[in-house]
Design a protein around this ligand. Structure first.
Ligand code: PMV
Length: 313
């Protein structure tokens, strides 16, 4: 058996692809797997939520290609394996679904074939899977998925665990629109080719938000964390990563007293993350977001948590 968590990026998405730092937290929804010997190699994916994994030929092809890349990490002499995946996250939601699948598949295959790997090595190995979906991933999704907790991450550097002074009561809501991380990364890359100075200035701003965000999280200053989330959202919007649907969810969270709200992950659809004053307030915000979102839940970032799901009809 293997399992891996999804994640939410609190600060620093996109800039992290270019070597800037980011902060991400594991969420208590993820992917569970089981691998067993079989006649031939087979990957079977079962989604637990509506719109978990698109049921189309392109997704099937990508999943099979990613599975082949991961199998190639094991010796040629290995026996065939059937891997069953149970996925609790919607794909294309900015919640690290593909990375969690990769980490969980490797965890299950390692167990089947008796391979011993640290969590960091597992994250590294799972990039073979993640590259099929993302092209040029920073690795933050895989790292958080494999290590859990809250991480201060910089591409190519050791990830640092952050210990929040208080648990962050956050709400996550999915716009219902799947976004392609690869396309959003490409869009930022095009903007950078056209106007490197502007985009680097935005990344400078994001980098200082990440540093201050870390200090605010460690000091337990929720108001400051929220303000920094709002600022980070504005900078991401200036890179054309927000959408009408994202703005509607961010606006709803703020109208219900969220201390801050921003898109999380690649943008262009996907999800938002909002910070509440406390858990009861998080449920109030979640109820409001559930009216406009197909998938909203409360999760405690930086501590073991209980999750409650709201699915609108
Ligand atoms: O939308 P997600 O979960 O794939 O998050 C992507 C975060 C990016 O910074 C946009 C890409 C990356 O690899 O870090």
């Amino acid at each position: 058996m293997g399992s891996a968590s999804g994640k939410a990026i609190l600060f620093g998405e996109h800039a992290v692809v270019y070597g800037r730092p980011a902060i991400a937290t594991a969420i208590d929804r993820g992917v569970h797997t089981e691998a067993r010997p079989a006649e031939r190699d087979l990957l079977s994916v079962r989604g637990e939520t509506e719109q978990t994994i698109p049921d189309d030929a392109e997704t099937d092809e990508r999943l099979n290609q990613a599975f082949d890349r991961v199998l190639a990490l094991y010796p040629d002499t290995r026996s065939a394996a059937r891997v069953d995946l149970r996925v609790e996250l919607p794909g294309g939601a900015g919640l690290g679904c593909s990375a969690a699948m990769g980490v969980a598949v490797i965890a299950a295959l390692d167990e089947l074939y008796g391979v011993v790997r640290s969590a960091g090595q597992r994250a590294e190995a799972s990039l073979a899977w993640e590259r099929v979906f993302h092209g040029n991933p920073s690795g933050i999704d895989s790292m958080v998925s494999a290590l859990g907790g809250m991480l201060f991450f910089r591409k190519g550097k050791t990830a640092i665990s952050i210990n929040p002074k208080v648990t962050l009561p956050v709400v996550i809501a999915h716009t219902g629109i799947a976004s392609s991380t690869r396309e959003m990364i490409d869009s930022v890359a095009r903007q950078r080719t056209q106007d490197a100075e502007r985009v680097e200035r935005v990344f400078d701003g994001i980098e200082s938000i990440v540093s201050n965000g870390r200090l605010a999280i460690e000091a337990g200053d929720l108001r400051a964390v929220g303000q920094l989330m709002d600022l980070n959202h504005s900078l991401l919007s200036s890179l054309m990563l927000s959408t009408v649907e994202i703005e509607e969810l961010v606006g709803t969270a703020r109208a219900h007293g969220a201390l801050g709200a921003k898109l999380t992950g690649a943008g262009g659809g996907g999800s938002i993350v909002a910070l509440a004053r406390d858990e009861a307030h998080a449920h109030t915000i979640c109820d409001a977001l559930a009216q406009k979102s197909r998938f909203a839940f409360v999760t405690a970032a930086g501590a073991p948590s209980t999750t409650s799901e709201r699915v609108s009809v």
